[in-house]
Design a protein around this ligand. Structure first.
Ligand code: FPP
Length: 247
C-alpha cells in the first residue's frame, strides 16, 4: 500500500525536527569528497520541506550547523557556509511561491557575514508567509539555547522585571530561541546514529524519537511519510497511564 495514504491527516505532528546526518559517509560510499555529500543533502532538504508543506506540517526545524561543527576542517566549514548562501539564493523564489516562512535559531550573528546577510534577507522577505515555517538551526546547540534564555531571564530579574519565583515552565520556554513555537512532537535522525547531539534539549522533553539508517542525501518524501506513520502508531502518554488517556 502507498505509505502516504496511511497517514492520518487529523493527527499530524505540528512540529517536526530533523538531525540531517550521514552526508560525509554517503559521499565516502560514492568515493567522493565530503562536500559532495552536503551538496546532495540539499536535494533532501528541498524534498523534505516540500513533503512537509504539502501534508500541512506547521513547523519544520532542520539542524543545519551545530555549535560543535566549527571543529570540522576549515575547508569543509567554508564550503558548508557557501552552500548555504547558494541554496538560500536559489530557493528563495520557491519559498515565496509556496508561502513558506524562513526562520533561524542559533547564534546566527556569528556566522560569516555573507551567510548571515543572506539568511536575514530570506527571513525578512518571507516573514508574512503562512503555510509552513522552515526553521534552520545554525550555529545552534541546545545548551547554548538554555544558557541564552537563562541570561535573558537573569537580566530581567536583576532589573526587577521578573521575580525568581515567577520563573516557570512557560516563562522559561518563551525565552528560548523557539519562543512561541510548539515543541516538536517528532524528531527524525538519519544515518543510524541514536543520539540527540545537543539539539533542542528543553524542547524535546516529550518528543518521539525516530531513527533511520538512511543517509541524509538519500532521504526523501517516502521516508518522511514512514516516520510520520510510525509516530502516529505510538502512544504518547506524557507521564500518564494508558487508561488515563482520552481517545
Ligand atoms: C551531517 O552530515 C550534515 C551536516 C553537518 C550539514 C547539513 C547541511 C546540509 C544538508 C546542506 C545545506 C543545508 C541547508 C539547510 C540548505 P555529516 O557531515 O555529519 O555526515 P557524517 O556523519 O557521515 O560524517
Amino acid at each position: 500500500m502507498d505509505i502516504k495514504s496511511e497517514i492520518d491527516l487529523d493527527k499530524l505532528p505540528r512540529h517536526i525536527a530533523v538531525i540531517m546526518d550521514g552526508n560525509g559517509r554517503w559521499a565516502k560510499q560514492h568515493g567522493r569528497p565530503r562536500v559532495f555529500g552536503h551538496k546532495n543533502g540539499v536535494r533532501a532538504v528541498r524534498e523534505t520541506t516540500e513533503a512537509a508543506a504539502e501534508l500541512g506540517i506547521e513547523y519544520l526545524t532542520l539542524y543545519a550547523f551545530s555549535t560543535e561543527n566549527w571543529n570540522r576542517p576549515k575547508l569543509e566549514v567554508s564550503a558548508l557556509m557557501t552552500l548555504l548562501v547558494e541554496t538560500l539564493h536559489q530557493e528563495l523564489a520557491t519559498l515565496l511561491k509556496n508561502d513558506i516562512r524562513l526562520k533561524a535559531i542559533g547564534a546566527i550573528e556569528q556566522l560569516p557575514t555573507a551567510t548571515y546577510k543572506t539568511l536575514l534577507e530570506g527571513i525578512e522577505r518571507t516573514k508574512t508567509n503562512k503555510r509552513m515555517t522552515l526553521n534552520l538551526a545554525l550555529n545552534y546547540s541546545g545548551k547554548w539555547d538554555i544558557l541564552q534564555a537563562t541570561r535573558a531571564i537573569a537580566e530581567k530579574v536583576n532589573k526587577g522585571e521578573i521575580k525568581p519565583e515567577g520563573i516557570d515552565d512557560a516563562l522559561f520556554a518563551s525565552h528560548l530561541s523557539t519562543g512561541q513555537v510548539p515543541d516538536p512532537e517528532l524528531l527524525i535522525r538519519t544515518s543510524g546514529e541514536s543520539r540527540i547531539s545537543n539539539f533542542l534539549l528543553w524542547q524535546m522533553a516529550y518528543t518521539e524519537l525516530y531513527f533511520t539508517p538512511v543517509f541524509w542525501p538519500d532521504f526523501g518524501k517516502e521516508h518522511l511519510y514512514k516516520a510520520i506513520v510510525e509516530y502516529q502508531q505510538r502512544e504518547r502518554r506524557f507521564g500518564k497511564t494508558s487508561d488515563q488517556l482520552v481517545p
